[in-house]
Design a protein around this ligand. Structure first.
Ligand code: ATP
Ligand code: MG
Length: 469
């Protein structure tokens, strides 16, 4: 493939690789050729000193100038393709100018009517052409300029200098040139094929390593999923067995009339059985909700509803519990909030989970605030803020996972199962919203649910009822 000095984005890689090969091959010529020029000039004793020095000076000057130019362009920042095109042009231009200086030996060192001198010059240029063709065969444009310049300086001096042409020497030069052209074409084809194969090999290696990384990731995911499954089963085992054992054990006591006529004892144990049954029911409901959320089977029963009334109800129902725990329950509910198009049961469950967490994780004397408002962009934000024990930053992601209890609450007697926030997140996302957690250990926690502005409905009779709450 022939790459011009102006490659397109598709063949830039080939031009870059070809230029790389060329610069590697010509690495030492910037020093070797001036040294060679010095030796040739020194050996040409029959040529006037001024001519020898002029030619040598020209070669050294251009070799030095090119070196400076290469260093500058190699460091130049810029767009890779534009940079490559500039480098190609500078390399080709400087190679051409150096070539003219080098080949001009056949003019500067020419001795009229000295066939030996002419043969020597032709021989030196023929050798340098062979080297140049091997070095530049990879870059067609450079090969062409090397070839034409060498051939011109081998064939033209006798004509230009009005000397008697040597037909044998010129004929041999032409045959030699034709042979070199064939060799250069073959070399170019083989180096281009090698570069293309190398690129394909590199592409294959990259594909293979990407495939390996992907398979490693998949294996890690599968292992994590396996661990999560066993963790889930062991959690469920514990969560189901504990209340079930209480139910079986205490009902056994009642069945066998273990307390004789002590009616109060029976009532006390029946109460425990009832609480355990209630706990089991909540757990089963939570699990069913989570299974639906995770399986993508949650179907919302959306309708126009009042979030202000719902939050008011939930707060009312927890007044007694807050008072018993000596917690100050505050409402910051914006009653001008518009009605929402949402699943009331899901939002109620969100609010219940948030307030029960806040009451559970706040010490006596603390404050729990239930809030609801809109932000500047019309989003509806509601949630619960507390001055409780807070959640450490490292646990922030974990608390939204199934059974994702954070470590600090192991001392809290009234532990839950760790499903509440997973359900809150699932329900919020099912409403195209999301949950935000702001918390600092020892200072408190704010859990906010953001619902998109599109869920708000123009105020109707619902908001009128809400205002009465
Ligand atoms: P469940 O809600 O299923 O009865 P739970 O309350 O332990 O159990 P989540 O509601 O999912 O589970 O909460 C997960 C964990 O997040 C809690 O165990 C607790 O460690 C932490 N957490 C949640 N809310 C708060 C809060 N307001 N203050 C401090 N920690 C909290
Ligand atoms: Mg909870």
């Amino acid at each position: 493939m022939v790459i011009a000095l102006h490659p397109g984005p598709d063949d830039a890689w080939l031009a870059e690789a070809q230029l790389g090969l060329y610069t590697k091959a010509s690495r030492h010529s910037g020093i070797m050729l001036p040294i060679g020029a010095g030796l040739i000039a020194a050996a040409s004793t029959e040529v006037p000193l001024a001519s020898r020095l002029t030619w040598f000076g020209l070669v050294v000057f251009l070799a030095g100038a090119n070196e400076v130019l290469f260093r500058w362009v190699n460091k130049k920042p810029g767009h890779p393709l534009a940079n490559l095109r500039l480098r190609l042009k500078i390399y080709a231009g400087s190679a051409f100018s150096f070539l003219i200086a080098w080949c001009s030996m056949s003019v500067f060192l020419w001795v009229p009517d000295a066939p030996l001198n002419h043969m020597m010059l032709t021989l030196i240029l023929a050798c340098s052409l062979a080297g140049a063709v091997a070095m530049t065969s990879v870059l067609t444009s450079m090969s062409v300029s090397m070839f034409t310049t060498h051939m011109s300086f081998m064939l033209l001096p006798p004509l230009l200098l009005n000397a008697q042409p040597d037909y044998v020497l010129s004929g041999l030069t032409l045959v030699y040139g034709a042979l070199l052209i064939g060799q250069a074409i073959a070399l170019h084809a083989s180096s281009t094929r090698t570069l293309t194969l190398e690129r394909e090999r590199a592409g294959l290696v990259q594909d293979l390593s990407q495939a390996k990384q992907q398979s490693d990731r998949d294996r890690a995911h599968a292992a994590a999923a396996g661990r999560a499954k066993s963790q889930f089963l062991s959690n469920m085992n514990h969560e189901l067995r504990t209340p079930m054992n209480a139910i079986l054990g205490f009902s056994e006591l009642i069945k066998t009339k273990a307390f004789g006529t002590d009616i109060d004892k029976y009532a006390e144990y029946a109460n425990i059985i009832h609480d355990s049954g209630q706990h089991l029911l909540t757990l089963i409901n939570d699990m069913l909700d989570l299974a639906k959320i995770e399986g993508g089977r949650l179907s919302l029963r959306e309708d126009e509803m009042s979030i202000t009334r719902l939050l008011g109800d939930v707060a009312d129902n927890h007044e007694a519990q807050a008072a018993q725990s000596q917690i100050h329950l505050v409402r910051e509910i914006d009653f001008s909030l518009p009605p929402l198009f949402a699943d009331e049961r899901a939002l109620r469950q969100i609010a219940l989970n948030l307030i029960s967490n806040a009451l559970k994780f706040t010490q006596p004397g603390g404050t729990v605030t239930m809030f609801a408002r809109t932000d500047n962009s019309g989003r509806i934000i509601f949630g619960v803020r507390d001055t409780g024990i807070g959640i450490a930053p490292k646990d922030h992601a974990q608390v939204f996972e199934r059974f994702g209890r954070s470590r600090h609450d192991v001392t809290i007697a009234n532990q839950g199962t760790g499903l509440g926030l997973a359900i809150v997140k699932g329900f919020a996302e099912a409403h195209d919203g999301h949950v935000r957690l702001d918390s600092e250990l020892g200072k408190g926690t704010t859990l906010s649910v953001m619902l998109p502005a599109e869920r708000a409905r123009p105020a109707s009779h619902t908001s009128a009822k809400a205002a009465a709450v």
